[in-house]
Every structure is written in structure tokens, then in C-alpha cells.
Design a protein around this ligand. Sequence first.
Ligand SMILES: Nc1nc2c(ncn2[C@@H]2O[C@H](COP(=O)(O)OP(=O)(O)OP(=O)(O)O)[C@@H](O)[C@H]2O)c(=O)[nH]1
Ligand SMILES: [Mg+2]
Length: 288
Amino acid sequence: MPQNEEEKLLTVDDVRALREEISLMHGSLAKDVLSHTPLVKQVAERFIEHGLEREWTEKLLAPLAGSSFEEDEEILVAYVLEELDSLLTVEAEKIVASPSIHIIVGGTGIGKSSLVGKLAARYKYFLEKSHKVGFIHFDRQKVGAYEQLENYADAMDIPLVPLEDFLEDEYDILFVDTAGSLGKDVDDLQELIGIIESNATYTIEISLAISATSKTRDLERINNAFKIFNINNFIVTKLDETCDLSDLMNFLIKEEKPVAYISTGQKIPEDLMVASKEYLLKQYMQEF
Ligand SMILES: Nc1nc2c(ncn2[C@@H]2O[C@H](COP(=O)(O)OP(=O)(O)OP(=O)(O)O)[C@@H](O)[C@H]2O)c(=O)[nH]1
Ligand SMILES: [Mg+2]
């Protein structure tokens, strides 16, 4: 190839740099447009203060600058909320048709064991169909973890099924309580998942419990730490402990994984609800 043609070829790094430049240009164009429309800019800044990323928010609102809506705050806010609504995903509660095992993983003290108790009670007592439910204990790290689950089992009249026995008897749904810092148990938990998957009896669901009080970097750290598992959905805990859902909202729209349940307090089994976008957005807007 002649030297001058070779020189013309773009390297991967060149393309990457070009892409970044274009995306920056879009960002600054959006900013330029917004700076001429005080109300649109003000609404954008408020959402940015509430956790949304600057570039994303400015790009979203830029087309409204210069439109007939640029002076209508209600419409501008509703427009962003509509977009958030379309990006958030929630999961409908499953009616268990075939035996299933639901494993709850997540950081230390996030509310995993409480969730296992709340969910088991819900499936046994509060749904239209009463399911045959059991607990599986898989927390070998925390002293007292077994007793905590045993207490729920006694209080709710739900069996605590020994790990060796769960394939013996068929349950509609088994809830597995795990440790926050799994440490060496990661391999054992993966092995358990492998056994469940290779045995046709049960389907498996893994939920990552995340606290509404966690900051973005903690949410990302926990999410990365548990990526070794095939996480199906999130369960948000401790929503009652904060009025500021900025970091949670930003995390959820970036992750694009559905939220299945929301835990709203310490009371077992009452403080649990099936996830709703409307509820999450209402809570998010509370402090707006
Ligand atoms: N306010 C509030 N407290 C909660 C919620 N869920 C759990 N808790 C409390 O958080 C504390 C820890 O709950 P656990 O369910 O033991 O948490 P865990 O993730 O199993 O903890 P480890 O097993 O130690 O990792 C307890 O005091 C619970 O009552 C919630 O939604 N809101
Ligand atoms: Mg626990």
C-alpha cells in the first residue's frame, strides 16, 4: 500500500477519540442551547442535582428549548419523568408454576435475611395461592445467622430445609439466605447453583438486594462484586430510611435490570411491596 494511503487509515484509537469528541460536542451544543432558555436550564440543573447525569439530561431537554413548552415548568419536569419511567423496569410478581429456588444475595446488613422472611411469608400466606415454601440457610459467615432464620421458620411455620435434603421433597418455592461477604463460600454457592441448574426439578432466580441508602459508588461496587452470579433482578431495601433516591435512580436507569420488590421497613412480613415505577418515581420526586 502506498505510504500516503496508509497514513490516511484511522486507527482504533483515532476512532475512539473522534467519538469522544463528537459526544463532547453534542454535550456542549446542548449546554449552549439550554443557556438561552433559563427555565429549561433550571429544570435540567435540578435533575442533575438529583443524580441524573449532566450530558444525558442536557441532551434530553435540549429539543424543548425554543419549543412552545420552554416556559412551562410542569411540562418540562413531566417530560423528564416520562423518560425516566420508560427507562426504569420493574418485574411483576411471579405466580410459581413450577418448583423454583430464589436466592437473595447482596452486601452485609443490607436486609437479605429479612427479605427471605418477608418473601417466604408472602408466598405462603398472602398470595391468592398458598405455596409450599421452605428456607435454605447459606450464611456460614455471620454468627447467629442460622438462629435468625430458625426464628423466622418457627414463627411462620415454614420448614428450614437442610441443604442436603432440598432435592428430596418438592417445594413450590425455596428461599435461600446468603452471607453479605461470601468469602470462601462463593465457590460453594456457585456449586449449589450448578447442582440446581443441572437438576431439572427447580428453576432458579437470583436477586441482588441493594439499599436505597447506598451511594452510587457503593451500588456499583456491590453490583460488580456480585456479577459473578447471573443476577435476574434487584430488590431495593431500606427505602424508608432515605428521602434522597438520586443515586439509586441513576444506578437503576443505567443498569437496565428490573426491580422486583421494595422493602420499606423492618417489620416482617408487612414491610415489602411488589416494585412499582410509580412508587419509585413518587419517592424520587418527594425532595425535588
Ligand atoms: N429501616 C429498614 N430496616 C431494614 C429493612 N430491611 C432490613 N432492615 C434492618 O436491617 C438490619 C439488617 O437486616 P438483615 O435482614 O439481618 O440483613 P442481612 O443482609 O441479612 O445482614 P447480614 O446477614 O449481616 O449480611 C436489621 O436490623 C433489619 O431489621 C428495611 O427495608 N428498612
Ligand atoms: Mg443475613
